[in-house]
Structure formats: C-alpha cells, structure tokens
Design a binder for this molecule. Sequence first.
Ligand SMILES: [Zn+2]
Length: 87
Amino acid sequence: MSKFACRCGYVMNLSNGAPSFEFALVPESRIEQIADKLDEPEHLDSDAFYGLVDEVRTTVYRCPSCGRIHVDGGNGLLNSFVPESLV
Ligand SMILES: [Zn+2]
C-alpha cells in the first residue's frame, strides 16, 4: 500500500520513509524492556533496537486533516477509528 485515502479525503503517501503521520504502537512492557537494555554495559545497537520494536509494533496512521486513527491489522487492512468530536 503506497497511498491511503482517509474517509475525509486526505491522501496519505506511505512510500516516503517514515511520514509524520505514521506511528509505532508499542506495548509499554517492551519499552521498559528496551530501557533496561540501554542501562546494561553492552548497549543495544540500532539494529537490535529496531528488532525489539518491530517484533511487537503495530503501525498506526493518524490523519493530519481529521484526526482519524487507522490501525494496520497486519492483514493488508486498516481498522479506522473516528475522534468523538467527528461523530
Ligand atoms: Zn482524515
């Protein structure tokens, strides 16, 4: 998926690296695990860091125009959530 059109009409281009509207949803427990590893004498390198994040991350897109949240279901589909202010 290189582009995604939000229901509001805003088109998100997903093929340009890590756009400002793309987020990684990471369990708090994994963040704590990574923080513990950063305190160890042998620090994580960036490959190990991204490995630990990518194992558990869920990709989320927040529409810059309307604020809808689109959660990547991992099956090629996005589950979309609407801010209550738009309902
Ligand atoms: Zn939108």
